[in-house]
Ligand binder design. Structure first.
Ligand code: MLT
Length: 242
């Protein structure tokens, strides 16, 4: 298994995805929100790039089934039902619903990863579930960090590095790491002791605190708190069948 890491999808480094499993990370907050929504009974999540795409995607479903969710600059989009804070995606709100989601970086990274054989969604919340799955497959893995407006996001790189480190511990010499994967693992080693402190001090964490979402940092730092494996297939993210 070769493991590669893309620290931000708009960077010049664009590995081939065709024969690989892609793992898309957006710790703050799209991936954490997706994991929470699915754990709380949402039927599926359809990621789209733009607000207009959200209304187009919803047109084929009865309106009561659909929730529009997403953010721009971290804040809920006008006219939408939900923003992008995991704490909004409670069972009484999302159970049985189809969520159309557009976020600044996370949903774009998902759309970018569509060329892979299979695409998974990873946050700190479901790290264990993704590791349990990947250790059973004999396929190359490309980990894609959503980043922030064309820049690397520390929290995404730390999450990628934890996945790299753990797969290497479990699979030993069956794993080959690219330079990018080694780099992410080194970043994770420096920051894994206190994920919340790392996010509080990160640029995106600071922004979320400023606009009133400080609680989300603690929620998104709950390592292995959700046993979910979100898989993005045919335009929708659903729980992998057990
Ligand atoms: C994004 O996709 O850029 C994020 O998930 C932003 C956020 O809501 O914190």
């Amino acid at each position: 298994m070769k493991i590669d890491v893309v620290r931000d999808p708009s960077s010049a480094y664009q590995p081939r995805l065709e024969d690989s499993i892609a793992v898309v990370i957006d710790v703050l907050r799209a991936a954490s929100t997706i994991c929470t929504a699915l754990a709380n009974g949402c039927r599926e999540i359809i990621p789209v790039a733009e607000v207009a795409d959200a209304y187009d995607a919803a047109a084929i479903y009865p309106r009561p089934l659909v929730l529009f969710a997403g953010e721009r600059h971290g804040r809920q989009i006008d006219g939408f039902d939900l923003g992008n804070s995991p704490k909004e995606f409670q069972p009484d709100v999302v159970a049985g619903k189809i969520i159309i989601l557009t976020t600044t970086n996370g949903t774009r990274a998902l759309l970018w990863a569509q060329g892979a054989q299979r695409t998974l969604v990873l946050s700190f919340l479901n790290l264990h579930s993704v590791i349990s799955f990947l250790r059973t497959v004999d396929q190359d893995v490309v980990i894609i960090c959503a980043g922030q407006d064309g820049e690397e996001s520390l929290e995404d790189t730390v999450c990628a590095g934890l996945l790299v480190e753990r797969l290497q511990e479990l699979l030993k010499d069956k794993v080959q790491l690219t330079e990018q994967a080694r780099g992410a693992a080194a970043v994770a080693r420096d920051h894994k002791i206190d994920l919340l402190a790392m996010m509080i001090a990160s640029p995106h964490g600071e922004h979320l605190q400023k606009i009133g979402y400080a609680d989300d940092l603690e929620i998104c730092s709950r390592l292995n708190s959700l046993d979910v494996l979100p898989v993005y297939v045919d335009g929708a993210i659903r729980l992998a069948p057990r």
